[in-house]
Design a protein around this ligand. Structure first.
Ligand code: NAD
Ligand code: DAU
Length: 350
């Protein structure tokens, strides 16, 4: 029997990973450690919360004593570390929080893992989940590979890059059994509506302007979240120690084209006249330091581990829009209270 710690399991991607592990590995004990910040929501896990192999721990990864105590108590054999401050715009308005959680929090987990396993770490594993944003920004050509030099350009990506370096440094210096992955933009159910796709779905639903930064020319490589969770499962179990795997959808979209597609889908679902939702598109002041283009070369994970995205973009978007429309109460709950303050502070002056 194994004790697996998943940090950030009440967030968007983490909740999909927890669900997958709890249902697929009933003989393993799955511990979801999350501090339930604005982005963490236990409603994301209602369907599996009563499973006997699921355990929730409310804790802040920045709290060193708490984290080391939890490792001593539960002797986690495997760690899948997703907890992070994850939104670029928030890192521009409040960078310091990102330094604490993404850097200090990761170091606390590394230290606690090292402390309990020391040189008895054979068969154990520390898996750090990172982002393609650490590689910087691409021009019109090229793809990020695992060998692309790091060039983070926002406080968020700089904090993630720093945590990646620390994970690799602990492997090199202390022999920690680590594996890493860097993924492109995820979309799907349970994503907090500060990120482009759920924010746009919510605004279209409520006939509010859809804020598109700059001219909408920036490009992202979109992957359905369950395909990321499947890749995480594969890397956790079969990835080679010390290696990094890039994960992406090979699915590049200019923001404005993505939003137009979303508007068409929403018109059909909401039975609105053609073009009604697109009239809500509003170009607003650009994000400071806005990276132009991200795109991933995922041939390594495809060739070495046999991973492929199982969802086409059409299927993923269809499932995503349907989920948000069927789960209006979830959206109402997460957009009450502090979300309104966040929204005004980000968008009223743009
Ligand atoms: P999210 O913001 O939806 O969730 C983050 C979770 O971490 C929340 O549940 C939050 O409560 C928890 N958390 C935050 N600070 C914490 C702390 N100090 N202690 C304990 N828990 C804390 O994020 P997400 O989009 O699900 O991203 C998860 C991970 O995947 C992050 O590490 C992110 O960098 C990475 N990633 C995200 C994407 C994407 O497109 N969303 C793509 C590639 C990589
Ligand atoms: O690439 C992986 C990264 O993808 C993850 O590491 C991050 O955690 C995740 O937040 C995401 O970062 P982005 O900045 O790419 O995602 P976001 O949804 O914030 O923005 C997507 C694009 O849409 C980006 O070019 C900015 C633009 N945008 C975003 C918002 C919120 C808008 O035009 N309008 C908006 O209101």
């Amino acid at each position: 029997m194994k004790n697996i710690l998943i940090t950030g399991g009440a967030g968007f991607i983490g909740s999909h990973v927890v669900r997958l592990f709890v249902t697929k590995y009933p003989d393993h004990q799955i511990y979801n450690l999350d501090d339930l910040t604005y982005a963490g929501n236990l409603e994301n896990l209602r369907d599996i919360e009563k499973r006997p192999n699921y355990h929730f721990i409310k804790a802040d990864i920045v709290d060193e004593n708490r984290i080391s105590g939890l490792f001593e108590k539960h002797a986690f054999d495997g760690v899948i570390h997703l907890a992070a401050e994850s939104h670029v715009d928030r890192s521009i308005s409040n960078p310091t929080e990102f330094i604490y959680t993404n850097i200090i929090g990761t170091v606390n987990l590394l230290n606690a893992f090292r402390h309990i396993w020391g040189n008895r770490a054979a068969g154990k594993r520390f898996y750090h989940i990172s982002t393609d944003e650490v590689y910087g920004s691409l021009g019109n050509e090229g793809l990020f590979t695992e060998n692309t030099p790091y060039d983070p350009r926002s406080p968020y990506s700089a904090s993630k890059a720093s945590s990646d370096h620390l994970v690799r440094a602990y492997a090199h210096t202390f022999g920690l059994p680590v594996v890493l992955s860097n993924c492109s933009n995820n979309y799907g159910p349970f994503q907090f509506p500060e990120k482009l796709i759920p924010l746009a779905i919510n605004n279209i639903r409520n006939n509010k302007p859809i804020p598109v930064y700059g001219k909408g020319e920036n490009i992202r490589d979109w992957l359905y979240v369950e395909d990321h969770a499947a890749a995480i499962d594969l890397i956790f179990h079969e990835g080679k120690l010390g290696e990094t795997y890039n994960i992406g959808g090979s699915n590049e979209w200019k923001n404005i084209e993505l939003i137009r597609l979303l508007c068409d889908i929403m018109d059909k679902k909401l039975k609105r006249e053609e073009g009604a939702s697109a009239r809500l598109i509003t170009f607003v002041k650009d994000r400071a330091g806005h990276d132009l283009r991200y795109a991933i070369d995922s041939s390594k994970i495809q060739q070495e581990l046999g991973w492929r995205p199982a969802h086409t973009f059409e299927e993923g978007m269809e499932k995503t829009v349907e989920w948000y429309l069927e789960n209006e109460q979830w959206m109402r709950n997460v957009t009450s209270g502090d979300y309104q303050k966040y929204y005004s502070s980000q968008y009223e002056k743009r």
